[in-house]
Structure formats: structure tokens, C-alpha cells
Design a protein around this ligand. Structure first.
Ligand code: NAD
Length: 265
């Protein structure tokens, strides 16, 4: 399967290039970078610190979508809309790891998925998908006597908050309680907030250093507290999950899939 990487010089992009090169049954179809970016014209293997791949980073994603069987996108929310439209047009598998999509961008992805298989997940690691299932189950069992708080920490370069994964975990907890997350989330607290409202799901965001991604869901009751935690120590888990998703989606019908589908959960 020929897999391309949009945003191939980014932190995740380079990891993806290395993972594709090392995966049996996958070959590098090419890579793109944003217009005017310093990586353009450079070999995408060399950019990722491995042997030259024989293809250079280009700025026209249409060329890559025409060439590839699947494209993996860890770029920016603005870029995702265009990539989703190109995937629909060329009926290329698209795997999206980019987080922080607004409702219009999310809608564009859903529309494109009526034409081609798209796997979209805020966190491509097997561990986090399992954690999400556990959170839903625990939230369902405990009910609203236990206050739910989602705490996350990421490196200083992360631009969106709370993290896409924190929101996914919050959504899993809300699903366990049978309510839409948007009705109960408290994404920030500042000043005189008053007491905590029963049923709220709170978020706390920490940023600093080179932390790859830590998430804890706290269920705080009277007299006890349950904490479910996942700590990522290498981004390779996301790249591995994304490549696995691309290979899995190859013979699937058009549709919007999550990592639970890829993992058969
Ligand atoms: P990064 O800034 O290091 O990389 C993004 C790359 O995309 C940059 O090289 C940038 O130049 C490029 N880019 C931006 N717009 C582009 C365009 N229009 N065309 C081509 N390239 C373009 O960021 P990162 O740390 O690699 O993270 C990227 C995204 O992936 C973020 O949204 C992050 O939250 C998300 N992420 C998701 C997961 C997951 O498992 N789903 C894991 C890690 C990161």
C-alpha cells in the first residue's frame, strides 16, 4: 500500500515517514509541506533522519492524493478541510490525527467520508482507546455521585486545549452517563466560580517541557477517588496506530471510522 504523509516535516510527520518505511506491506508515496515551508524540495526520508526515500516534499497535496492509496494527516485544522475534499475526489483512504477541528471542519470530514473511508481519532494509541472504553464503563457504573475531572499535560509546543484526547475521554465519560458532553463540560475555571455543579465534567490543562501526553480521569466520590491514567512516553505509538489504521481501511466501504473500529473493539 502506497501511503503519503501531509505535513511530512512536522514532529508527527517525520515519525510517520519512519514508521511507514519500517512497515511491511507499506511504501512511502510522498509527502507535502505548507507553501513556502523550509522542507520543500528536500528528500522526505532524509528529513525524517533515515535513508533517502527518493521523493521530495512538495506543496501540492492534489499530486500526492492522486499518487497514494492512503494519506495520513497530522497537520493543522485549516489544512484538514482541503485534504478531506481531495480524499473524497480521488477516493483515497484518509487517516486524520490532527486535533482542534471546529464544527465546520468536522462537518467537512464527515461529508468527505460519504465518498471514501476516513479514520479520524484524536488519539491513535491502542492504550488510550482502551482507556476510553474503561472510562465509559466506570462512569456508567458510578453515576453522578462521583465528580469527573479530566487532567492532561502536554509539551510546551501544543497549540490547542484541552487536548483532543482529553475531550474524547470526557465524551466517553458523558456517554457512560447518557448525556452530551457539551451540556456538562467545564473547560476552564477562573475566579469566583461558585461550588461545583453535580454532573459537570471538568477539564484541567497543563503545558510544559517535552511531555508527550499524560491523561488522567478522576472520579472523586465521598471517601474515595478512582483515577485512570495513561502516559505516553514516545510519539511512536500514535504513528504506529495511524499506519495500522491506513492498512486496515484499505478495503473498507466509505465511512467515518474511529480507532475502536480499527482495533475491533
Ligand atoms: P507540528 O507543528 O510539529 O507539525 C505539523 C506539520 O504540518 C508542520 O510541519 C506544518 O508545516 C505542516 N502543515 C501545516 N499546514 C500544512 C498544509 N496545509 N499542508 C502541508 N503541511 C502542513 O505538529 P505535531 O506535533 O506533529 O502535531 C500535528 C497535529 O497532530 C496536531 O493537531 C496534534 O494535536 C495532532 N496529534 C495527534 C495525535 C493523535 O494520536 N491523533 C498525536 C500527536 C499529535
Amino acid at each position: 500500500m502506497k501511503i503519503g504523509v501531509v505535513g511530512c516535516a512536522g514532529r508527527m510527520g517525520q515519525m510517520l515517514v519512519r514508521e511507514i518505511a519500517a512497515t511491511k506491506g507499506a511504501t512511502l508515496a510522498g509527502g507535502t509541506e505548507r507553501v513556502g515551508g523550509p522542507a520543500l524540495g528536500k528528500d522526505i526520508g532524509a528529513l525524517a533522519g533515515i535513508d533517502p526515500a527518493g521523493v521530495v516534499a512538495i506543496d501540492d497535496p492534489a499530486v500526492l492524493f492522486a499518487e497514494a492509496d492512503a494519506v495520513i494527516d497530522f497537520t493543522s485544522p485549516e489544512a484538514v478541510e482541503r485534504h478531506a475534499a481531495l480524499a473524497a475526489q480521488s477516493q483515497t483512504v484518509l487517516v486524520i490525527g490532527t486535533t482542534g477541528l471546529n464544527p465546520r471542519q468536522t462537518e467537512a470530514v464527515a461529508l468527505a467520508a460519504t465518498h471514501t473511508p476516513i479514520v479520524h481519532a484524536a488519539n491513535m494509541s491502542v492504550g488510550v482507546v482502551l482507556l476510553s472504553k474503561l472510562v465509559e464503563q466506570v462512569a456508567r457504573t458510578l453515576g453522578i455521585d462521583y465528580d469527573i475531572e479530566v487532567v492532561e499535560m502536554h509539551h510546551r509546543h501544543k497549540v490547542d486545549a484541552p487536548s483532543g484526547t482529553a475531550l474524547t475521554l470526557g465524551r466517553a465519560a458523558a456517554a457512560g452517563r447518557g448525556v452530551p458532553l457539551e451540556e456538562v463540560w467545564q473547560k476552564t475555571r477562573d475566579g469566583h466560580t461558585g461550588p461545583r455543579k453535580a454532573g459537570d465534567i471538568g477539564f484541567a490543562t497543563l503545558r510544559g517541557g517535552d511531555v508527550v501526553g499524560d491523561h488522567t480521569v478522576v472520579f472523586a466520590g465521598e471517601g474515595e477517588r478512582i483515577e485512570l491514567t495513561h502516559k505516553a512516553s514516545s510519539r511512536v505509538i500514535y504513528a504506529r496506530g495511524a499506519v495500522r489504521a491506513a492498512l486496515w481501511a484499505r478495503d473498507k466501504k466509505p465511512g467515518l471510522y474511529g480507532m475502536e473500529d480499527v482495533l475491533g473493539l
